[in-house]
Design a protein around this ligand. Structure first.
Ligand code: UFG
Length: 328
């Protein structure tokens, strides 16, 4: 598998993927509309600035290149925003993805790896969550991802498209070599917000709710290193190359950490005091999300290299200390 199209390759996880693919000898073309991605996060390959909702531009792209597979990272990811602006989420995450899939079918590209999410499960009825858990997403973000997963099943039936949906739990951390990291604007994720409070870029970090039914009352999440996510994609590519059938895999470490535990660990890792402000629950946050990733381990032979929260935080901290990244 040699020529790979990475859609959303200028974003957080996509940019780490591009770096990994180039290092392992693939030819890479990145498509990104740069609305939330950064040109300087694309460390190599060819960058084409375009929107995947643009069918004519896609047609030209596929006419000019032969791709063995497409990896799709381009989506909006803010749950709260998806509730307020559902159209934005369905237009990009669902409709534009459909345009991409149709262009792929026209061009005869039959391998696809999709960034899905634990949000497809909704409020879990048990944890750890396995892939068989019911899918009842509770917001437009999660629904848009689950709808694409269903579209992919239909495209397999109709056209033989082989896909792997990777359901990420909480992506975190940064390139261990320090070249890339998380760079959302605005930032809404817990770990970068904690580290911004540690570095002084932000006055404090807010804890959304201390009255959950968890040991310390704060929400529990399964944080997974971005490099481990990327490695799972590389293995999913190999799996499809070897004739694997369409599948969906959870990606997480299988251990949960509370918001309070993440703050405490960040204090130790950074050696800085972190100011904390309490606030009410954020609507739509399930108390506990922890992955059962047994199937990914078995089928893909995947084993996270950086499962420790300390390591995830240390790499993210090294990246935060390089801010402002744009001026490098
Ligand atoms: N949190 C805070 N304070 C903050 C930010 C977050 O207390 O300032 C808490 C949240 O309430 C949550 C936990 O920290 O309990 C993690 O929050 P994140 O926003 O970092 O991540 P989420 O678990 O909400 O969301 C992540 C992805 C989503 C995805 C979801 C489920 O970012 O894209 O997992 O898969 F939908």
């Amino acid at each position: 598998m040699n020529r790979i199209l990475v859609v959303g390759g200028a974003g957080y996880i996509g940019s780490h993927m591009v770096q990994h693919l180039l290092a392992s000898g693939h030819d890479v073309v990145v498509v990104d509309n740069l609305t939330t991605g950064y040109r300087d996060a694309v460390v190599g390959g060819e960058l084409v600035q375009m929107d995947i909702g643009d069918a004519a531009a896609l047609h030209n792209l596929f006419a000019g290149h032969r791709f063995d597979a497409v990896l799709h990272f381009a989506s909006f990811i803010q749950v709260g925003e998806s509730v307020a602006q559902p159209g934005k989420y369905y237009a990009n995450n669902l409709a534009a993805t459909l345009t991409l899939l149709q262009a792929m079918m026209q061009a005869g590209v039959k391998r696809f790896i999709f960034s899905s999410t634990a949000a497809v499960y909704g409020e879990p009825s048990y944890v750890p969550i396995d892939e068989a858990h019911t899918k009842r997403p509770i917001n437009p973000y999660g629904r848009s991802k689950w709808m694409v997963e269903q579209v992919l099943e239909d495209f397999d039936q109709a056209f033989g498209l082989k896909s792997v949906c990777l359901r990420y739990f909480n992506a975190a951390g940064a390139d261990p070599a320090g070249r890339l990291g998380e760079r959302h604007e605005p930032e809404t994720h817990l770990i970068p917000l904690i580290l911004q409070a540690a570095s002084g870029r932000r006055k404090a970090v807010t804890v959304f709710g201390r009255d959950y039914a968890t040991p310390d009352g704060t929400c529990v999440r399964d944080y997974i290193h971005v490099s481990d996510l990327v490695e799972a994609h590389a293995r999913a590519l190999k799996y499809l190359e070897q004739g694997g059938k369409s599948a969906a895999f959870n990606l997480g470490n299988g251990s949960g950490f509370s918001v309070q535990e993440v703050i405490g660990t960040a204090q130790r890792v950074t050696g800085r005091a972190i100011e904390v402000v309490d606030a009410p629950r954020r609507p739509g946050d399930p108390p506990r999300l922890v992955a059962d990733a047994t199937i990914a381990r078995k089928v893909l032979g995947w084993k996270p290299l950086y499962p420790e929260l300390e390591t995830i935080l240390a790499h993210a901290w090294a990246w935060e200390l390089q801010w402002p990244w744009g001026n490098r």
